[in-house]
Design a binder for this molecule. Structure first.
Ligand code: HEC
Length: 130
């Protein structure tokens, strides 16, 4: 019995490590569905910032086909990394000195935000998947 328990405990950490790496694989196709429903009114389906609402805004919504991101919420000196985009989407741009029009999205799960970021990456010129 003691030996079995020891064997189980030895295997357990490996299982715990393996599960999150599978779950965190982001899915750009799922992200597109959420993006088109919630973000495209401003950012446009193409990501150019030319959605029906977005074309009228100052500052304009970021053009994702260029990818010139403005914020560095994680403060590591590099703007527009995945971690930065995730924080802007979760907390809104105003928290990082940007426009309140880029509102926080606390209702999206971490997985959904990861999927959206994967989709945003695919919108950059030359990287488009469709
Ligand atoms: C009401 C219009 C509007 C909607 C809806 C909107 N955004 Fe934005 N977004 C903006 C504006 C405006 C900016 C530019 C903010 C600035 O420059 O201060 C922006 C900027 C961004 C940025 C750029 C961050 C950076 O570092 O440059 C990301 C990423 C982003 N939005 C993602 C999203 C996602 C994902 C959604 C949907 C869940 C969304 N936005 C919905 C208006 C909007």
């Amino acid at each position: 019995m003691i030996f079995r328990l020891t064997a189980l405990l030895a295997v357990l950490p490996l299982a715990l490590v393996a599960v999150p790496s599978v779950a965190s694989a982001s899915d750009a196709a799922a992200g597109k569905v959420i993006f088109d429903a919630n973000c495209s009114s401003c950012h446009g389906v193409s990501g150019k910032g030319d959605g029906p609402v977005g074309s009228a805004l100052t500052p304009p919504p970021r053009n994702f086909t260029v990818g010139d991101f403005a914020f560095d919420p994680d403060g590591n000196g590099t703007k527009g990394e995945n971690a930065d985009l995730i924080l802007v989407i979760q907390n809104g741009a105003m928290k990082y000195g940007g426009s309140p029009l880029m509102a926080p999205w606390p209702t999206l799960s971490e997985e959904q935000v990861n999927d959206i970021v994967a989709h945003i990456r695919s919108l950059k010129a030359g990287d488009a998947t469709e």
